[in-house]
Design a protein around this ligand. Structure first.
Ligand SMILES: Nc1nc2c(c(=O)[nH]1)N[C@H]1C(S)=C(S)[C@@H](COP(=O)(O)OP(=O)(O)OC[C@H]3O[C@@H](n4cnc5c(=O)[nH]c(N)nc54)[C@H](O)[C@@H]3O)O[C@H]1N2
Ligand SMILES: Nc1nc2c(c(=O)[nH]1)N[C@H]1C(S)=C(S)[C@@H](COP(=O)(O)OP(=O)(O)OC[C@H]3O[C@@H](n4cnc5c(=O)[nH]c(N)nc54)[C@H](O)[C@@H]3O)O[C@H]1N2
Ligand code: SF4
Ligand SMILES: [Mo]
Length: 679
């Protein structure tokens, strides 16, 4: 039997590992390694290895569906597209285009995201966003301000060249497992690893210095570290003078903020803060990796800026083994943002409130009246749906009914819409409240480019046909756009990429032909003879005078603190075997078999006071609602803090909608809660 090997990119996380899908008799029968892949070198984690389990899954959506009284009716594509055009068209006619909102998908390709945001803007609505809002919006705001670009500064394999790796608020050993291989390599060469997290995790097991801080106190920790670096003269004066601005004011802002003061707020011993400061500042090449533990806060933007301050005052940026590395989450969240599926930016990070941007795209798209942004963000859309300010939504590859905070009110808001269309590969909690559900092809059933967390753009090829009458998102978007009267004539992903080459300067040289080569290309890649740019900021910053901006930040506590009624702080996140709201991994037999239930981690001393044993069923409640979970007692979590993964429905019933004032990211990492044993 002939077996064909088709190169694809893993559909789960932003590491962007590549592998071959082995195809026999038109079915995906196995995975083969891709030893030349620059990130994974052939390695995959449990999710990557299990990814084929979702392709031929019996619960895949195989036909368009419309709601009817007692459930769902299978309908033709013609009818489905007609219903979508009518639903969206009526909302536009009756209320105006700014009453509709679209969510693009960081699971989809660059080409698909480009088309979704183009569709939104051609319809006349500025409300187009993606799940980066729940994830790295503070990096986009904070790093654009301090470094002039929000991308990860250095490639993943460059981690091995670092001599001190500071990991703050990232559990990459579980969430970017293949990236953590490069940390081991650095450690083998003698690098010091610092981890800051309220929980002991497989990542903190790699740490030489573990800073177990209270949730929401990162600004205090980072200021204490900065104070010590400045006090001991471990700053890079030459770098500060030549490459940065704002140091004097910054110096004043950390002057009083001693490690002892930071210890008081964070609960981390002052000696450890001092050790971390010395290790980070005095190594020849230090790197900071961070992720949701610092972004998902009402102080998310401040946290990010405090991180880049450390890199700028020590000059640990712009060279091999250094840099600021915001690890992107979804397989294509980087690309969705690059393509302008964000309320603040048109493609290529052109500001949506700049008349120059509007002129440029009006010409490029031959569209006389494009909307000025920023529109409503992903979470603001839900609020607007609740108040009637948004009447219709088109949601592609996202499950806000499970992944947004305070999910009971999210569901109510979505139910209140005049019209909701959801495009997914499975029936999700969000799809369950839709009027029309459109079945999409999964990654290996279509082709296109994906951009991983290092800004590496890679082509993924089609291995098998989609199930039933499911179609690639690109084709569905074109069908819908045409039925709404738009001229969306794109025969394939390559034809969309050709337009992206013309409209997104960072991608100008990233053509379909060049993506055929191993390892893809790293943007910015401004022309067809440009090799790509693996390291950012090596010759200055894309800011005034080419200087990075050091900005003072001030410590603010999280929106919710412990109270008599809610004495614990709930922090939420991930485990290695599940992905996000779980629509894929909960259906994957080899993964759900090993991690079947929702649990809550509790410190044994806290559990004893509450009469809770390991495995007991407990009720976790917050001001928003209540969820049941199995107690998992562990010394790894700080006293007074509990942790729940959000891969099962229920966790986000509990979380707060309080958000960062600038980046609008919800504070998924701190909600005050109460725990009680269920009898
Ligand atoms: N297995 C798996 N991998 C994934 C995903 C998945 O769902 N499962 N999702 C992908 C996505 S979309 C993303 S965004 C990434 C996210 O990847 P990570 O950011 O690594 O994920 P989290 O588990 O949400 O949070 C990271 C850590 O932050 C810690 N933390 C909580 N509160 C605080 C705090 O106040 N300060 C500090 N310093 N740390 C805190 C948590 O204890 C946790 O260990 O993972 C991607 N990869
Ligand atoms: N409590 C809590 N909540 C959180 C977080 C947290 O740490 N704690 N993290 C937040 C973060 S960082 C993120 S990124 C969000 C994630 O939030 P979501 O983006 O809502 O999460 P996913 O479950 O990954 O949803 C992606 C959907 O896309 C579908 N899909 C997969 N491939 C395709 C495709 O090719 N086409 C189409 N059309 N659909 C496809 C999947 O079936 C799935 O339903 O959750 C956020 N919510
Ligand atoms: S590390 Fe991420 S990209 Fe790599 S195999 Fe695992 S889930 Fe897929
Ligand atoms: Mo994410």
């Amino acid at each position: 039997m002939t077996k064909v090997l088709v190169p694809t990119i893993c559909p789960y996380c932003g590491a962007g590992c590549g592998f071959f899908v082995a195809v026999e008799r038109e079915r995906a029968v196995g995975i083969e390694q891709m030893p030349y892949h620059p990130v994974g070198e052939g390695a995959l984690c449990s999710k990557g290895n299990a990814s084929l389990e979702i392709l031929h899954h019996q619960e895949r959506l195989t036909s368009p569906l419309k709601r009817k009284d007692d459930g769902w009716a299978k309908i033709s594509w013609d009818e489905a597209v007609g219903l979508v055009a009518r639903g969206i068209g009526e909302a536009m006619r009756d209320y105006g285009p700014e009453k509709i909102a679209l969510l693009a998908s960081s699971k989809c390709t660059n080409e698909e995201n480009y088309l979704i945001q183009k569709l939104a803007r051609l319809l006349g609505t500025p409300h187009i966003d993606n799940c980066a809002r729940l994830c790295h919006a503070p990096s986009v705001v904070g790093l654009n301000r301090t470094l002039g670009a929000a991308g990860m500064t250095n490639p993943i394999p460059d981690i091995a060249n670092s001599r001190c790796i500071f990991i703050i608020g990232s559990n990459l050993a579980e969430n970017h497992p293949v990236v953590s291989r490069w940390i081991h390599r650095a450690k083998d060469a003698g690098a010091v690893v610092i981890v800051a997290d309220p929980r002991a995790t497989p990542t903190s097991w790699m740490a030489d210095i573990f800073l177990q801080l209270s949730p929401g106190t990162d600004v205090a920790l980072l200021k204490g570290i900065a104070h010590q670096i400045v006090k001991e003269g471990l700053i890079d004066r030459g770098y500060i003078a030549e490459r940065t601005r704002g140091f004097e004011e910054f110096e004043g802002s950390v002057g009083e903020f001693t490690p002892e003061m930071a210890a008081e707020i964070t609960g981390v011993p002052a000696e450890d803060i001092i050790r971390a400061a010395r290790a980070y500042a005095s190594s020849p090449a230090s790197m900071i990796l961070y992720s949701m533990g610092i972004t998902q806060h009402t102080t998310g933007t401040d946290n990010v800026q405090a991180v880049s301050n450390l890199a700028l005052i020590t000059g640990h940026i712009g060279r091999a083994g250094t840099g600021v590395m915001p690890l992107r989450g979804q397989n294509n969240v980087q690309g969705a943002c690059d393509m302008g599926a964000l309320v603040e930016f048109y493609p290529g990070y052109r500001r949506a409130d700049d008349p120059g941007t509007i002129d440029l795209f009006s010409t490029a798209w031959e569209a006389p009246a494009l909307p000025t942004g920023p529109g409503l963000t992903a979470t603001e859309m839900i609020g607007a749906a609740a108040s009637g300010d948004i009447r219709a939504m088109y949601i592609v590859g996202e499950d806000p009914a499970n992944s947004d905070p305070s999910s009971l009110s999210v569901k109510r808001a979505l139910e209140g819409l005049d019209f909701l269309v959801v495009q997914d590969i499975f029936m999700t909690a969000t799809a369950l409240v839709a009027d029309v559900v459109l079945p999409a092809a999964a990654w290996a059933e279509k082709e296109g480019s994906f951009t991983n967390t290092e800004r590496r753009v890679q082509w993924s090829s089609k291995a098998v046909e989609p199930p039933g009458s499911a179609l690639p998102d690109l084709e569905i978007i074109c069908l819908v756009a045409r039925s709404l009267g738009l001229d969306f004539d794109y025969p394939d992903a390559a034809s969309v990429l050709a337009e992206i080459n013309r409209t997104v300067p960072q991608y100008a040289g990233i053509t379909r032909e060049r993506l055929g080569k191993e390892g893809g290309l790293v943007w910015p890649c401004p022309s067809c003879d440009h090799p790509g740019t693996p390291i950012l900021h090596s010759s200055g910053f894309r800011l005034a005078d080419g200087r990075g901006s050091i900005v003072p930040v001030h410590y603010r506590p999280a929106a919710e603190g412990e109270s008599l009624e809610y004495p614990f702080l709930l922090t939420t996140g991930r485990i290695a075997l599940h992905h996000n709201a779980g629509s894929m991994t909960r259906r994957s037999p080899s993964l759900i078999g090993r991690a079947p239930d929702l649990f809550v981690e509790i410190n044994p001393a806290d559990a004893e006071k509450l009469g809770i044993d390991d495995g007991d069923l407990v009720a976790v409640s917050t001001e928003r609602g209540e969820t049941e979970a199995a107690a998992r007692l562990t010394e790894g979590i700080k006293r007074g803090v509990v942790f729940m993964p959000f891969h099962f429905p229920g966790t986000n019933i509990l979380t707060t909608e309080a958000a960062d004032p600038e980046a609008r990211i919800p504070e998924f990492k701190v909600s005050a809660c109460r725990i009680a044993r269920r009898d």
